[in-house]
Unconditional design. Structure first.
Lengths: 178, 402
């Protein structure tokens, strides 16, 4: 056997041995999902817009959705009722009675989209279409003076919205007592 | 059955006669008196004695309720019975069939994977004692008025022996890509509860738990599967876990931005304040209990820290003027309830009882004043103040500052 091919055979042994070692550390349990199964498993929306699905909605479309599905609990103008106020409260965060609303406190518009998609309306989460969610987010951000009356929100524009309290959060620096 | 009874009674009678000479006369009368009824036959699932009445407390026991508190004053040792573990959920407790439940792990991984419950149970397992505490526990204690009893003041904390798979092992299976820095966990409840966990912590001691105190995790605690992030605020231990996405950033979910953040006096809010700092509370004697007469009365309670083990608990019976070390019962599990005890003789006078925990990082449980000084008056979560109970001359125990 020529020396060179012996060496390559040895190298092959090392490689396959390493592959075997890696395989044996894994349990082999579980299964790799098909693309379809993975798509059905769900998704996460991130502040940079990653994960947002296609769709779009305007402020006026959102007003109709809001009155139909949200106003009964959050109030006609999102001022709060049985459920939390969604607008108002800017400049209240340093006061004795801070009012933490989407407008005054939430740092990302994507969070509002994500939360509505997951959990709203409270009694029937999952009711709204993706475009209806873009629309109702547009309406709420317009009520809060964050976007203009002609705003159209979609998977490209939503993550570019600058929320008033975008820089209002700091990392955990506890312990903070002696 | 009726044929067996006489012989059984005869046997018991003999045994009783042999032991009777050393018994108290009343006990002797009991063993030789009226014919006694047999007790209950074995049952398929045991329940507490009908004379016991420990139960969780809920603010509004109706459709709007979303939490219930553990009756800490009723409990001994460090384990919370599963049926008394506190509850906190945002859209109710789902009913999930474990045969159809799946955990999907995907995102920034080499191989997305789906695991059945059978897959997970076959994997290498760990069993560990850990507390879970809602970061809103003791929220009423920001005000001196406080809560009248320990179930209300501290009952959003419980401790179980959890069994499951280390998340680090599962992440090894799927292969985490180098650009990943967070994981995002999602539940299968109606509201698809979701929280982000730093990858570094996820690779540390985070578990995917299917067992609680020797049996399957209870539905209220995430059946059939929950994330368990030891030492951290309870809401991050996502229940009914169905999906983990390995990611390049946190999702900034509602429950890590709008909620569970801590507004400071300058208008900035601390975010991802995950760790529950060291805390302790006296559970006996505690609010709404009554000492029937002066004399010996062991003071006992619970201490825990999200940063490690409890190294010291001090007890005061004079409102913090003087402190003595309590006895700590071992083993001291990290990030778990730890039981402390201190002997005391109640002299019948008025006494203010307090406990103060120190963990193995050297952190000392603060006073309410120290917390308010550091954080102002707008924070809601993470209240680990020293708690005081007042024993009145009548023997009644009340919230000391009420």
């Amino acid at each position: 056997m020529p020396k060179r091919s012996w060496l390559s055979a040895f190298a092959l042994l090392i490689v396959s041995g390493a592959a075997f070692a890696a395989d044996s550390e894994r349990t082999g349990l579980g299964s790799e999902p098909t693309a379809e199964e993975l798509g059905a498993a769900g998704y996460t929306v991130f502040p940079d817009g990653k994960g947002l699905p296609a769709g779009s909605g305007t402020v006026s479309e959102g007003k109709a959705v809001y009155q139909q599905s949200c106003a009964a609990c959050h109030g006609r103008n999102a001022e709060g009722d049985e459920a939390a106020a969604l607008v108002g409260g800017r400049d209240s965060l340093t006061s004795e009675r801070p009012r933490k609303t989407v407008e005054s406190y939430w740092p990302y518009a994507t969070t509002l989209w994500d939360y509505i998609r997951r959990s709203m309306p409270y009694e029937s989460p999952g009711l709204l279409t993706d475009s209806e969610i873009y629309a109702v987010v547009a309406h709420l951000l317009h009520l809060g003076g964050v976007v203009g009356e002609d705003a159209v929100l979609d998977e490209e524009t939503l993550s570019k919205v600058e929320m008033p309290n975008r820089d209002g959060f700091v990392p955990d620096d506890r312990p903070d007592t002696d | 059955m009726s044929k067996q009874r006489p012989s059984r009674r005869a046997f018991l009678g003999l045994a009783g006669a042999a032991a009777a000479s050393s018994l108290h006369p009343a006990a002797r009368a009991q063993t030789t008196g009226a014919i006694r009824d047999l007790g209950d036959t074995p049952s398929d699932y045991g329940r507490p004695s009908p004379f016991e009445d420990s139960r969780r407390w809920s603010r509004a026991p109706d459709a709007t309720a979303s939490s219930s508190n553990t009756p800490l004053a009723d409990l001994e040792g460090i384990v919370t019975p599963s049926g008394l573990h506190f509850e906190r959920h945002h859209t109710g407790v789902p009913a999930i069939d474990p045969d159809t439940h799946r955990l999907t792990i995907h995102g920034l991984v080499d191989r997305p994977f789906v695991f059945t419950m059978d897959d997970l149970v076959r994997m290498s397992s760990v069993s560990r004692f850990h507390f879970i505490e809602c970061s809103g526990n003791s929220a009423r204690e920001w005000s001196p008025a406080g809560a009248p009893n320990v179930q209300l003041s501290h009952g959003l904390a419980s401790c179980s022996e959890w069994t499951g798979v280390l998340l680090a092992d599962l992440l090894d299976e799927v292969g985490v890509r180098p650009e990943a820095s967070w994981i995002v966990a999602e539940g299968a409840d109606a509201g698809l509860m979701s929280r982000s966990v730093p990858l570094e912590r996820a690779l540390d001691d985070v578990m995917i738990a299917y067992g609680q105190n020797g049996e399957a995790v209870r539905p209220e605690q995430g059946y059939p599967l929950r994330l368990l992030v030891p030492g951290c605020e309870g809401s991050i231990s996502v229940k009914w876990l169905r999906r983990i996405e390995v990611a390049h950033m946190p999702s900034m979910a509602r429950d890590e931005t709008s909620k569970y953040t801590d507004l400071l006096p300058d208008g900035k809010a601390r975010q991802f304040t995950l760790v529950m700092d060291a805390k302790s509370v006296i559970t006996r004697p505690s609010g709404e209990q009554k000492l029937d007469r002066p004399g010996f009365c062991e003071i006992r309670g619970l201490a825990w820290s999200g940063r490690g083990t409890i190294s010291r608990v001090e007890v005061s019976t004079d409102g913090g003027e003087s402190w003595t070390d309590a006895e700590i019962e071992g083993p001291r599990h990290a990030k778990a309830f730890t039981r402390f005890r201190s002997t005391w003789r109640w002299d019948g006078g008025r006494h203010v009882l307090m406990s103060r925990a120190t963990d193995d990082t050297g952190y000392v449980q603060p006073t309410l004043a120290a917390l308010l000084e550091a954080r102002g008056r707008s924070t809601i979560y993470h209240n680990n103040r020293i708690k005081a109970w007042e024993v009145q001359e009548s023997g009644e125990v009340t919230n000391a500052e009420a």
